[in-house]
Structure formats: C-alpha cells, structure tokens
Design a protein around this ligand. Structure first.
Ligand SMILES: *Cc1c(COP(=O)(O)O)cnc(C)c1O
Length: 395
C-alpha cells in the first residue's frame, strides 16, 4: 500500500526546491520563497482531484480529525458515533475536543452499519464519523442520508482510503468534512501530514484558523491578524508538503498497482471454499490497500493468519487481537480517567466502555483476516505470494 515504496527523485526535487529558498513555513515570506508554495499547491491539486472546493493541509491525520470536529462545532458533551474498528486516533480526537465517542456495530463492509448507527442515535448525538477502513468504503450514501434525516454532522475519516470513491464520487466528499492522513505508512505520504476537505467556505475558514492559533490569515501582515476562534498549531511544514506533492502526483499509478496486485491475490484466495470476502459497496471505487476476508470462525481465522505469516507472507493482520485498531484491546479507553490522569467526575457522563455490547462486531472481527497489498511487488514476488496462499489453503 504505502507510497514510501515508490520514494525517489520526484520527492527529492520538491524538497530540494524548499531547501534552496530556506522558507520552511507555509505562510508569508513572499519575496524569499521565489514563488514556491508547496502546501498551497498541494491543497489546490488535491481539492481539484477529489472534486472538493477547499482543502487544508495539516500536520497529521489525527490533527485533521481535531480540525474537522472543531470546525464543524463539535465540542463539550456532544456524542459522536464511530465504529469499534478504526485507529485509536479517531476516538482520541473526539475526546480531545471534549466530545464523547459512542460506538455502534460495524457490518461485513468492516465499516459502520447504518442500521446500528440509527439505533444508537439519541438526543445528545451530534455527529457520525464513519471510517473507510483498509482502503474500502463504508455504506456512505446510507450514512449520509441518515445524517441528513437526523440533522447530524457527517465527518468522514478517509485516512486509509485516499483515492477511493463511491459511484464515481471521491470518498471524503460526502461528509461536511473529509479527513485524510499522509503519515509514513499511508497510501501517499508527507512523512507526517494530513488534510481536511470541504465544500463549505465557512467551515473551511474555521479549519484554516483553528490549525494556526486562530489567525484569520487576512492580509499579508501576520502581526495584524484577527482571531475569530481559539486555535492551536496543527500546521504542516513546507518540507512535508513538498514530499506529499510529489507523492500526490503518483497516486494514480499507486492505485493502479494496488488494484492489479489485489486482484491477483483475491483470484488465488477465491478458489477456496472456506473464504468469504469483505463486502465492498462499490468495488470499482476500492483503493485496494488491503485484501480482507472472512474465515468460518475465530479459531480458523487466527490460525490462518498465523500460517500465512509463517509461510512467509508479509503484512498479514488479525485485527481482533491487535491493540491499535479494535476496541477489544483499547485498555486506555476502557480505563479513561486513569489513562488521562484526570479526576473520574470528568468522565461521569461517558459510557462504560467495558460494558458495551458489540457482539456483532466481535463476531465479524473475530473471523477477519487482512493482507496488506504492496505496490513494489515484481511479477515474480506476486507469483510467490499466490503460491504461499495456495500452499496454506490447499492443505
Ligand atoms: C492513520 C490513521 C489516522 C491518523 O493519522 P496520523 O496521520 O497517523 O495521525 C486516523 N484514522 C485512521 C483510520 C488512520 O488509519
């Protein structure tokens, strides 16, 4: 999956241009920077590519979630519905803006179930943050309709699915805001970086302000900026943006390689009766970073992941036992007050995350195995991996 596999002269050239001027800051220094605006150029090209009116680059995907929630006015005491299968950053950001993560079950898409979200909505619910996990999409149209019906804010965590789409429309453009990560292991990388996109000019301005101490960035004199909102520093540097710009221009080739390699692995696996594939609402829009499939039961899935890895297949994940991506192992969330080193009474209104009934998610996750799709595999590498799959399943 990761863009770092194709890191080369293009990235070095972009970074070199920044180092030549010495202007590492994304704002100002107009004369010294000789017309080189890496963050601004990335934003314009990315917005154009996904078909969104505005893009703002930030320092990480986590920062993009903070920025999006803040810009959409989600804050103290608001309930935000998410899936138990994501990366810890999703609930960190919700807690970080003072809101409360509320979990609803996922379905066989490995993303939020719209029916489970509907059942979880209460009068305190303000937002839904679906995560397009492992490169493929949630049932985003249904989730958007539900949010419209209930007047909830939809923010998409698209950190793992840049380049993905649903019925021809880019993931990240269905919500009021879409969030992206360009960290070191994502489909394209800035080293560290992230972005928010939106069609709403007001929300876009707030995002821009919040990510830079509330400065309104009106006029060229930073000292004279007004501060319409309380902000923080989630700025990206020009160096990181320069790396990302080179990577963005490779995105089509990356997606093409991912899709071809995923297809080869999927064709091999599809021959075996025990294997059922993850549901993908629009297979054409799959960014294809992972191949995820279901085994008949938990023990078979755990065993299968173990055997594939032992036979030499890299990037095999059994997420049910993983403590980054599935709620079962998030002990810091389950013991929030002690993990945050804050008094318990601050968390009295927060659900007891030890007592959730997410049995449907548990049963799906327990059967799920994912294989990371690499882009740098030669035809021989791919053939070797197909052989490994056949050897493990053929027994
Ligand atoms: C990677 C990731 C993030 C956070 O991105 P960073 O750039 O690492 O902060 C958030 N959500 C999901 C689903 C991710 O995979």
């Amino acid at each position: 999956m990761p863009g770092f596999e194709w890191f080369g002269d293009e990235e070095r050239r972009e970074v070199g241009e920044v180092l030549e001027t010495g202007v590492l800051f994304r704002y100002g220094f107009d004369a010294a920077r000789k017309g080189r605006w890496k963050a601004k150029t990335f934003e314009a090209e990315f917005a154009q590519r996904v078909g969104s009116s505005h893009c703002h680059l930030v320092s990480s995907g986590t920062a993009s979630l903070y920025v999006a929630l803040s810009a959409c006015g989600i804050g103290a005491g608001d309930h935000v519905i998410i899936s138990p299968f994501t990366f810890v950053a999703t609930f960190e950001a919700i807690l970080g803006v003072g809101a409360v993560p509320v979990f609803a079950d996922m379905d066989e898409t490995l993303c939020l179930s719209p029916a489970a979200v509907r059942a979880a909505v209460t009068e305190r619910t303000r937002a839904v943050v679906p995560v397009h996990m492992c490169g493929s999409m949630a049932r985003i149209e249904d989730l958007k309709n539900l949010c419209d019906e209930k007047s909830l804010t939809l923010v998409e965590d698209t950190c793992q699915a840049v380049g993905g789409s649903y019925k021809g429309r880019a993931l990240g453009t269905f919500g009021r805001m879409g969030c992206f990560s360009f960290d070191a292991v994502k489909t394209i990388t800035c080293g560290e970086g992230g972005a928010v996109i939106t069609d709403d000019i007001l929300v876009s301005q707030r995002a821009d302000q919040y990510a830079d101490h509330g400065h309104d960035h009106i006029g060229s004199d930073r000292g004279a900026d007004g501060h319409p909102v309380l902000g923080t520093n989630f700025r990206i540097s020009e160096l990181n943006a320069a790396v990302g710009l080179a990577q963005l221009r490779k995105l089509d080739r990356i997606l093409e390689a991912q899709r071809a390699n995923k297809k080869a692995l999927k064709d091999a696996l599809g021959a075996f009766r025990d294997v059922a594939f993850r549901q993908i609402p629009d297979p054409e829009g799959d960014s294809a970073t992972f191949l995820c499939f279901f085994m008949p039961g938990e023990e078979e899935a755990r065993q299968c992941a173990k055997e594939l890895a032992k036979a030499g297949l890299e990037g095999v994940s059994y997420w049910y036992d993983n403590n980054w991506h599935y709620l079962r192992r998030w002990e810091h969330l389950k013991n929030l007050a002690s993990a945050a080193k804050l008094p318990q009474h601050l968390y009295d209104h927060v659900p007891d995350y030890n007592a959730l009934d997410l049995s449907r998610s548990d049963s799906i996750m327990g059967r799920t195995v994912c294989i990371q799709v690499k882009i740098g595999w030669s035809p021989k590498d791919l053939e070797d991996r197909v052989k490994i799959i056949r050897s493990v399943f053929g027994n």
